[in-house]
Design a protein around this ligand. Structure first.
Ligand SMILES: [Fe+2]
Length: 318
């Protein structure tokens, strides 16, 4: 098989994703002289010695079959807790693991928005995200660096969750429970888009008035779905409901203004816009964080100014 054909059937996975003495229920392949060969069969435990040997042989990437993608994601999610808690693992590897797990969970949520199971998984991921962010300033910096640079609803949801928790943590005076509620709201803020026609969501051109009207309903749809699950707190619902409200009253769906918008909603608006303009979209190129901060300041009437200044300090810290 020529090299460029690999990607049709296989996915590269960094060796760092495999934990010593973990059970791997999918086949693993490795590249030998530009050919993929079976490295080990599924249903075997990968030992520390196996990993060490691969490292010595300079194997940094293993390959899995595309059809095993789901099993691989389950493997990552299952091992996440051990990884996050292990003091011997680099913050960067933890951030990667966490980010990948979170994006996978969000993808499942969008594919099955009414499954309570996915909402439960999202809460677990948020708990890990909050613990990770609270573990020290390096954690957020790492998450910021590995953030995907193209805009996708899934990665955007994870970014909004991360930014919202990091901002609230910077403000202080929030207990862990509140940070978790904010994180869940952030992760699920665009949940309503899951029930909007994909033709509208993925339209590369400007929406016509009818499409735009439908699009603007996603906060309400999201609240509805989250409420039905009975697993999302009132606090978390606020960020789903209000992340497009603007401080000067020009937002949607309610046109709320000032402190009529909850603190969660005001945080949501800032981090949502920031993430959208710092990632590549079909109609605009990503702006560097400094330029994005300038843009937000030029539109400061949309935001709670005190929160905005704190947020800019957070994302411009090297
Ligand atoms: Fe939204």
């Amino acid at each position: 098989m020529s090299e460029d054909r690999y990607e049709l059937y296989y996915i590269p996975v960094s060796l760092s994703k495999f934990r010593p003495y973990s059970f791997v229920d999918f086949d693993l392949f490795m590249k030998v002289r530009n050919k993929l060969v079976l490295y080990r069969n599924k249903n075997l435990t990968i030992t520390a010695e196996d990993i060490e040997k691969l490292k010595v042989n300079k194997v940094e990437t293993l390959y899995i079959k595309k059809t095993d993608r789901k099993k691989y994601r389950e493997y990552v999610e299952k091992n996440l807790e051990t990884i996050i808690k292990d003091p011997n693992i680099d913050t960067n590897i933890k951030a990667n693991y966490l980010y990948e797990s979170a994006v996978n969970v969000v993808e499942d949520i969008f594919n099955h928005p009414r499954s309570g199971e996915t909402i439960k998984r999202s809460k677990k991921i948020v708990n890990h995200t909050v613990d990770f962010i609270l573990s020290g300033p390096d954690a957020f910096v790492n998450l910021l660096q590995i953030r995907a640079h193209d805009y996708y609803t899934f990665t955007h949801s994870v970014n909004v969750c991360t930014f919202a928790v990091a901002l609230a943590n910077k403000l202080g005076n929030f207990d862990e429970k509140t940070l978790r509620e904010l994180g869940v709201g952030g992760l699920l803020h665009d949940l309503g888009k899951a029930v909007i026609d994909p033709k509208i969501i993925n339209k590369p051109a400007k929406l016509d008035p009818a499409e735009w009207k439908e699009m603007k309903k996603h906060p309400e749809y999201g609240v509805q779905i989250a409420k039905e699950s009975k697993l999302v707190s009132e606090q978390s619902l606020l960020i789903i409901a209000q992340h497009h409200e603007k401080f000067d009253g020009t937002g949607y769906p309610e046109g709320l203004s000032g402190n009529g918008i909850s603190l969660f909603g005001r945080i949501g608006t800032i981090v949502d816009i920031f993430d959208a303009i710092t990632t590549n979209r079909s109609y605009s190129k990503a702006r560097p964080p400094i330029e994005a901060a300038k843009f937000l300041l030029e539109h400061k009437e949309w935001f709670d100014e005190k929160l905005l200044k704190d947020f800019i300090k957070l994302i411009t810290v090297k």
